[in-house]
Design a binder for this molecule. Structure first.
Ligand code: PLP
Length: 409
């Protein structure tokens, strides 16, 4: 086993990766043809149907509910919209506090801010999951937890649900990075009262923008259908509760339009049918990276628990307790060799990456334990346009540069 710089081949110091970290696969012919068929009808709005026709959007909802095993599903305009809609449905009002992860991406605290509520951040562990001890200590501060399975890392969901159920806290899951994944055989998004997913280009199914929401609760489902902008056409939802669930609500729920359209749904349906195949392909690539980085001095891998069904669409490792300059050095050296790494310890937000103390609309919180973890988190995307050989090469480059900088520490 390679354990130090001397045993790395010369190649490891010269090769350059030429793939693009933001390049997703093209859509399949099936998806393209489905989109063209919708365009030929001109009926892009989900309620623009003829006779007993079932719209692409309504069909996607049924298929997604079946996929995750929920009673109800609703397709919406984005993952951010899904979370906002869920927060409104459970009654979050301006000024309320909502528990959420310190380690997540900006749309999550943004969804809380959008309903006028205040995020209360819960820390992150070295496993990159929510700190359940910290959650336990803060559980009395709010009625709702917006739980983000950030970068696909799923915490001990049994313990999390025990903590929340005991305190009467409602859980909304942000599954932007876990669509297709699960915990002990239960699909991600099916532990809490509501699960929210994103179909944005960098997630697991791609319609550019888009979101999905699932629940088993007929009242929550009816509220969300009405809010998403159903006018009084909610009977055209095949994955929604029957008309009686809407009776007491239809005069009270504001219309906050955020529907999905038939074009996006048409593109997504064939992708959903292929999702499990894609998950297996992501995981092959993830394993190639993990294998290639194992036992790199100074680098901590994030070991995945057996209970977790992962979707390896991104990869994280930790450079724990490294000086910031050294981490920057690693990122610069890898970047020069074509390997684009993101760092959660940077002082300023960069592209998609930012952290809790940079969301200044939230009240400042002191989280030294999380700061230590975040200062070490290095992150890379794993698009399916990479081969497993590409991933092995990326790992060789990271390993070489981490080793070189670590030796100089
Ligand atoms: C992408 C993302 C979302 C949803 O974002 P949209 O761009 O609004 O679809 C939610 N949470 C996380 C962690 C994300 O990365």
């Amino acid at each position: 086993m390679m354990t130090d710089q001397a045993s790395l081949s010369d190649d490891a110091y010269n090769e350059v990766f030429v793939g693009a970290f933001t390049q997703q696969e093209p859509l399949t012919d099936a998806a393209i043809e489905a989109a063209v068929a919708v365009m030929r009808t001109g009926r892009l709005h989900r309620y623009n149907t003829v006779g007993s026709e079932i719209s692409e959007t309504a069909a996607l909802e049924v298929e997604f509910a079946n996929y995750v095993g929920s009673k109800y599903a609703l397709a919406v305009a984005s993952g951010g919209y899904a979370m906002g809609c869920a927060l409104r449905a459970v009654g979050v009002a301006p000024g309320d506090k909502v528990l959420s992860n310190a380690f997540t991406l900006a749309p999550v605290p943004g969804a809380i801010a959008a309903v006028g509520a205040q995020p209360v951040f819960v820390g992150v562990t070295e496993a990159l999951t929510i700190d359940l001890d910290d959650l336990h200590s803060k559980i009395g501060e709010a009625r709702i937890l917006l739980l983000s399975h950030m970068r696909g890392h799923i915490c001990d969901m049994d313990r999390l649900m025990d903590i929340c159920d005991d305190a009467g806290v409602i859980v909304i899951e942000d599954c932007a990075h876990t669509m297709g994944g699960g915990w002990r055989g239960v699909a991600s998004g099916r532990h809490g009262a509501i699960g929210c997913y994103s179909c944005q280009t960098y997630k697991h199914i791609n319609s550019g923008e888009g979101g999905l929401i699932v629940t088993d609760d007929s009242t929550l489902a009816a509220r969300m259908v009405l809010m998403s902008g159903s006018y009084m056409l909610y009977e055209r939802h095949d994955a929604a509760p029957g008309p009686q669930a809407f009776e007491g609500l239809k005069y009270d729920m504001p219309n906050i339009s955020g529907r999905m359209d038939n074009l996006r749904a048409a593109i997504l349906r064939p992708q959903l049918a292929e999702l499990d195949t894609q998950v297996a392909r992501w995981n092959e690539r993830y394993l190639a990276l993990e294998e290639g980085l194992r036992a790199t001095p100074g680098l901590t891998l994030v070991e995945r628990p057996e209970e977790e069904q992962i979707v390896g669409s991104s990869f994280q490792f930790l450079l724990l307790d490294w000086h910031g300059d050294k981490v920057r050095d690693v990122i610069g050296r890898c970047g020069a060799r074509g390997v684009e790494l993101k760092w959660f310890g940077a002082e300023d937000p960069v592209a998609f990456t930012s952290k809790y103390d940079q969301w200044r609309y939230a009240e400042p919180q002191l989280m030294p334990v999380s700061d230590r973890v975040l200062a070490g988190v290095v992150d890379l995307r794993v698009p399916l346009t990479f081969s497993t050989e590409d991933c092995a090469q990326i790992a060789r480059i990271i390993r070489a540069e981490v080793s070189a900088v670590h030796q100089a520490v």
